[in-house]
Design a binder for this molecule. Structure first.
Ligand code: NAD
Ligand code: UDP
Length: 327
């Protein structure tokens, strides 16, 4: 690996990717953001244009690429259910071919490959909370499968690149992550509810609202990623070998678990007086009933735990959306 710290962030114009770009720059990295702008927005990278340590490349990761990077952080993939279901074939290709192209580019340059997987690899879990060792309960041909199975196949491929070809692969499974830089129209629950409340519209609850999610504020996710990336390979390898895990993968999320109805109540409490009320809509297909990360491994390896509770993170996110929507 060359001495210059030069990172490629695929999906760098997206929600989490743009935060990672800024965190890497602040940490002294040169950074290239690569994105096809499917769900991302170069507005998320505002202010970086004149930075000599930063550049942006428009490219679709389903097509091969290469470059001088010492770290490839592979985040490219739509993450919102309506967005990833809009073109499921391209979503699967992004996940799987994107992982393959990232692995080949990393291998060529002896780079570390950091990859963002997801709690969706657990599907509709029958183990609760979910540890990394849980194999999941996943439909292979439902409406969410392009994403869930795409992410599982990407993990498989990258685990084999590590086992068979020695690539320095590190993966995280993010649980629902939210915060500034989310696209106000992305259709995820936090954005939908906050935007509806700000606009005085009905707050959509899909199903009876008893399903749960564990919401992580983006700064906590980024802190975990930066700690993981900074770890020497020998320490990472020794840690996972001692756990009898053949690949470095960590759950990264906030174990605070809320029903979707509770989330709606908090949003209404923080955005009062706009006339919004909750309204129920049909539950989408294969919607997981509950989700909460076991973050024991990440705590042990990284000395990390999430610092931002849902209420605090929501206040910041509401302020961001209010600014975006001129409220
Ligand atoms: P996002 O949709 O905001 O960002 C994804 C970015 O990838 C966008 O900028 C999009 O334009 C880009 N992209 C999509 N397909 C591409 C392609 N084929 N080529 C190049 N660029 C492409 O989503 P996000 O929430 O920032 O998610 C980032 C990563 O984290 C994704 O891999 C996602 O699966 C993972 N993740 C996110 C969450 C979450 O709750 N936010 C949870 C689990 C996993
Ligand atoms: N949801 C909801 N209202 C919305 C959007 C989503 O009730 O406007 C529900 C959705 O059915 C799911 C949960 O909120 O149970 C989280 O949905 P999201 O799309 O944010 O992500 P998921 O965790 O399902 O991938």
């Amino acid at each position: 690996m060359s001495e210059t710290k030069h990172a490629l962030v695929t999906g760098g114009a997206g929600f989490v990717g743009s935060h990672l770009v800024r965190a890497l720059l602040a940490d002294g990295w040169r950074v290239t953001a690569m994105d096809n702008l499917l769900t991302g927005d170069t507005g998320n990278l505002d202010g970086l244009d004149g930075n000599p340590a930063f550049d942006f490349v428009k490219h679709d990761v389903t097509e091969p690429y290469e470059g001088p990077w010492t770290l490839i952080a592979n985040l490219a993939c739509p993450a919102s259910p309506p967005r990833y279901q809009a073109d499921p074939i391209h979503t699967w290709e992004t996940s799987v071919l994107g992982a393959r192209n990232a692995a080949l580019a990393a291998e060529k340059n002896g780079a570390m490959l950091f990859h963002t997987s997801t709690s969706e690899v657990y599907g509709d879990p029958d183990v609760h909370p979910q540890p990394e060792s849980y194999w999941g309960h996943v439909n292979c041909n439902g409406v969410r499968s392009c994403y869930d199975e795409g992410k599982r196949a990407a993990e498989t491929l990258l685990a084999d690149f590590r086992r068979c070809r020695g690539l320095d692969v590190r993966m995280v499974r993010f649980f629902n992550t939210y915060g500034p830089a989310m696209d106000p129209e992305d259709g995820r629950v936090v954005t939908n509810m906050v935007l509806a409340a700000l606009r005085g519209k009905d707050i959509p609850i899909y199903g009876d609202g008893s399903q749960t999610r564990s919401f992580q504020y983006v700064s906590d996710a980024i802190e975990a990623v930066m700690r993981f990336i900074r770890k020497p390979r020998a320490e990472v390898d020794a840690f996972f070998a001692a756990k009898k895990m053949s690949v470095p993968v960590l759950n990264i999320g906030n174990p605070g678990e809320f029903t979707i109805s509770e989330l709606a109540e908090i949003v209404l409490e923080y955005i009062p007086g706009t006339g919004s009320r909750t309204a129920h809509f049909p539950l989408p297909g294969d919607d997981p009933k509950r989700r909460r990360p076991d973050i024991g491994l990440a705590g042990e390896l990284l000395g990390w735990k999430p610092e931002v509770p849902l209420r605090e993170g929501l206040k910041k996110t509401i302020a961001y959306f209010a600014g975006k929507c001129g409220k």
